[in-house]
Design a protein around this ligand. Structure first.
Ligand SMILES: Nc1ncnc2c1ncn2[C@@H]1O[C@H](COP(=O)(O)OP(=O)(O)O)[C@@H](O)[C@H]1O
Ligand code: SF4
Ligand SMILES: [Mg+2]
Length: 332
């Protein structure tokens, strides 16, 4: 079956001023995303994980068309998006919905919950009557666990978790084919995070959309993803089916991320080997010449400073951007 979204070798660069006070000083290129490729189909969820500043938001902004690509292609149901006419682009905007990190900030404070949820219908389905819109809003509010009689309240009257449910209702009201969630639970209390993740999972089972779910740590996405893509400094380090990546991580960065997810059992937690990541992400203005992960890699060796590993097939559906780990772990 053709994937809903295919991304091929996508790169995004920004021209940044190195000194705001001296505008005549030439701008420098900041590479936020480099050569990223993946695909996601209906009912599938691509979990996208990487530290803050690794290019996750830029990647999805490029997919949503809010930042230009420097190179690469985006295919929507197998067709190159750049070849779409205005009508088809409008259809893609209807079929691609976004859920943002800060639920309260993402909602217009001057609109009621009902108006916020109904806004995409007013834009894309102007033929519906007021009564039909009210019915649709009530139905989706129930689906996301909000009482329809709350439709006349304003965002500040809801808790963070409820605001995110409003954001989810708004995203899903047009029954989109792809839902992109940019760290949707990062701003929520730990106690409500699992509820929101489970809600999205249930809604996907019912409505069948494809999802991209971004988080900066693996504990959030491990229960919802069918595939996981790990990125570092804008590059793919590892991409694999979720179960395989979690049980059989190959790249040293993925291993470090997995080691940082706490295990509830204290005995098991104390017994497991530690992989500690020291230092910070290098600046994307000073991309290392060799492997981008070299300055923090516990497995780094001399050659790493002069090679630029690309994701290579380790086994079906599992790609790893580290030639040493591929050979040392053995291709099966
Ligand atoms: N509009 C922009 N102009 C210049 N640099 C940007 C812009 N947007 C993002 N960046 C830079 O791109 C890099 C990746 O950012 P981002 O995609 O927001 O990462 P993440 O979402 O993983 O935290 C960062 O270094 C950030 O400063
Ligand atoms: S290429 Fe070298 S530095 Fe990069 S991940 Fe592999 S071992 Fe580490
Ligand atoms: Mg981000």
């Amino acid at each position: 079956m053709t994937p809903v979204l295919t991304v091929e070798k996508l790169s995004v660069e920004f021209d940044v001023a190195t000194d705001g006070n001296w505008p005549w000083i030439p701008k420098r290129k900041l590479t936020a995303v480099r050569d990223v490729s993946f695909e996601v189909g209906s009912q599938e969820t691509l979990g996208l994980v990487g530290e803050s500043g690794s290019g996750k938001t830029t990647l999805i902004r490029a997919i949503a068309g809010t930042v230009p690509l420097s190179s690469g292609r985006i295919l929507w149901e197998g067709e190159d998006l750049t070849h779409f006419d205005r009508r088809s682009r409008r259809q893609v905007r209807k079929d691609m919905a976004m859920i943002f990190q800060d639920p309260l900030a993402a909602l217009n404070p001057r609109m009621t919950a009902g108006q916020i949820i109904a806004e995409p219908i007013r834009t894309h389905m102007p033929e519906l009557s007021k009564a039909q819109i009210v019915t649709k809003v009530g139905e989706i509010m129930e689906k996301v666990g909000l009482l329809p009689n709350l439709a006349n309240r304003y965002p500040h009257e809801f808790s963070g978790g409820q605001c995110q449910r409003i954001g989810i209702a708004r995203a899903l009201i047009l029954n989109p084919k792809l839902v992109i969630c940019d760290e949707p639970v990062a701003a929520l209390d730990v106690s409500v995070r699992a509820q929101v993740v489970n809600l999205l999972k249930e809604l996907q089972r019912e409505l069948g959309m494809a999802m991209i779910f971004i988080a900066h740590d693996l504990s959030v996405i491990k229960h919802i993803s069918t595939q996981i893509m790990v990125i570092y400094l804008g590059k793919v380090m590892e991409l694999a089916p979720a179960k395989e990546l979690l049980s059989h991580p190959i790249h040293p960065y993925t291993r470090a991320l997995i080691a940082s997810v706490p295990i509830p059992d204290p005995i098991e937690e104390r017994a497991r080997p530690r992989v500690i990541l020291s230092g910070d992400l290098p600046s994307p203005l000073e991309i290392p010449k060799g492997c981008v992960f070299e300055s923090r890699c516990p497995e780094a060796r001399k050659e790493c400073a002069s090679i630029q590993p690309k994701p290579e097939l380790y086994r079906t559906g599992h790609q790893v951007a580290c030639p040493f780990q591929i050979t040392e772990t053995g291709i099966s």
